[in-house]
Structures are given as structure tokens and as C-alpha cells.
Design a protein around this ligand. Structure first.
Ligand SMILES: [Mg+2]
Length: 231
């Protein structure tokens, strides 16, 4: 099995930082005006409110509860918030649906997904973006709908990407032995965690990726270089 990170691995980091994040920020208010009453979004807002109530720093800086003020405050700080990720995923879904957004996947990554699928090698995605956001990204990219080539999607509901236990959980949930999983990511700390859980690891080097500390993980600049793992 192949386990893939998205940002900096299947997809340019710039798509996330220069397209997706600004889109969510720009459309936050109109999205909430239109969809804020739907039961799913009400649940997300309620989770954000609970996070806000437990967030002393935010409560010290924002006067009173406002979903928009708190969401913007979290985005300004690039805070890891499950509820914010959920809200961003819903705003992106809207954009993908109406054609304002289209997913970006490196050509060699799309080609590899097809190659692995044809060879019967299952593929899973593990990204900090919500599963909903992941699915829309792969559904709407230039190479067509790639979601039929992906067996599983995982987000941080299974745990953080720098925690070995997350990779053990993914192995358990897919029923694939850790030693038979190859994890590809642009972040050495994530690869270290995966290796600690017994996975094979590959560092993805793409234009715009952050410099990584010294390491001994295998390096690829294209998925063409990733050979099929033996069964
Ligand atoms: Mg990444």
C-alpha cells in the first residue's frame, strides 16, 4: 500500500497557501450568511464556539463570541483547529462545486495513481486537510476524477502526522501491515514518525517545499521514481 501526503507531495504547496487558504478567508462571510443555518454547518459552528470558550488567548483578544472573528483569528495564526478545518473544507466544497476551484495534482502523481491502481496496489491519502476537502481536490483536478484510484482518506481524526501512533492506527484501519506501507511526504518529521511505526518512507522534493533537516529517508522528485512495492 502507498500512503500519500498532499501538500508538497501530490500537490504544490502554493495551491494550498495561494489558492485554498485565501479562498476560504474571502468567502467565509458569504458562506456563513448562506449556509450558516444548515444542520451540518450549525454543528461546525458549535464546535468552533466550544474551542473558543476554552481558548483564553482568543477570548482575551476578541470581544465576545463571533464565529467570523474567531475563524479569522485562527486563520491569521495558522492554528490547528479541527472545527476550522471542517469549516474551510465546506467552503472549498462550495468553490469546487461551482467551478471556482479546481484541484491541483502533479502530473507524475496522477500518472502514478493510475499505475498503482492498475497494478492492484491500494492507495491511501493522509493529510491534515479534512477528508471532504481531500476528496474534492482529487475529484476536480485537470487529469479528471482521481478519487476512484484512492481507496482510503485519512485526516487528523486519526491523530497528528508527527505521532507514530497515527500510522499504527492507519495500518490497523486498512488491515495492511505497517511494513507493507510506503509513506510519501515532504516533511522529515512525519517520515520519522511513520518509520517509528514500521512504515517504509520516501521524501518528496517539489518546487516550493520547505528545506528539511539532515535525514536518511529515500528522496524522489517525481512519483515516476517510486517503484511498485512487492505486494
Ligand atoms: Mg506535506
Amino acid at each position: 500500500m502507498i500512503l500519500l501526503d498532499i501538500e508538497g507531495t501530490t500537490t504544490p504547496i502554493a495551491f494550498v497557501t495561494e489558492t485554498l487558504f485565501p479562498y476560504a478567508r474571502t468567502h467565509l462571510t458569504t458562506f456563513l450568511e448562506r449556509e450558516g443555518g444548515s444542520s451540518e454547518v450549525v454543528g461546525t459552528i458549535e464546535r468552533l464556539r466550544r474551542e473558543f470558550e476554552a481558548d483564553d488567548e482568543a477570548r482575551g483578544q476578541i470581544r465576545g463570541w463571533s464565529v467570523i472573528a474567531y475563524a479569522e483569528w485562527l486563520m491569521d495564526r495558522d492554528r490547528k483547529s479541527a472545527a476550522l478545518k471542517d469549516l474551510q473544507g465546506r467552503i472549498w466544497q462550495d468553490g469546487y462545486r461551482n467551478g471556482s476551484l479546481a484541484g491541483q495534482v502533479f502530473e507524475d502523481a496522477a500518472r502514478a495513481l493510475a499505475r498503482w491502481h492498475a497494478a492492484g496496489v491500494p492507495v491511501a491519502i493522509y493529510s491534515s486537510g479534512s477528508v471532504l476537502a481531500q476528496q474534492w481536490l482529487f475529484r476536480t483536478c485537470e487529469g479528471g476524477d482521481l478519487t476512484p484510484l484512492i481507496r482510503w482518506h485519512f485526516d487528523t481524526a486519526v491523530g497528528g502526522k508527527r505521532d507514530p501512533a497515527s500510522y499504527t492506527r492507519i495500518a490497523d484501519m486498512t488491515g495492511v501491515a505497517a511494513a507493507k506501507i510506503t509513506f510519501v511526504s515532504d516533511i522529515v518529521a512525519e517520515l520519522d514518525a511513520a518509520r517509528a511505526a514500521g512504515l517504509r518512507t520516501v521524501l518528496s522534493v517539489r518546487p516550493g517545499n520547505a528545506r528539511q533537516p539532515p535525514h536518511d529517508h529515500r528522496i524522489v522528485t517525481s512519483f515516476d521514481e517510486i517503484e511498485l512495492p512487492s505486494a
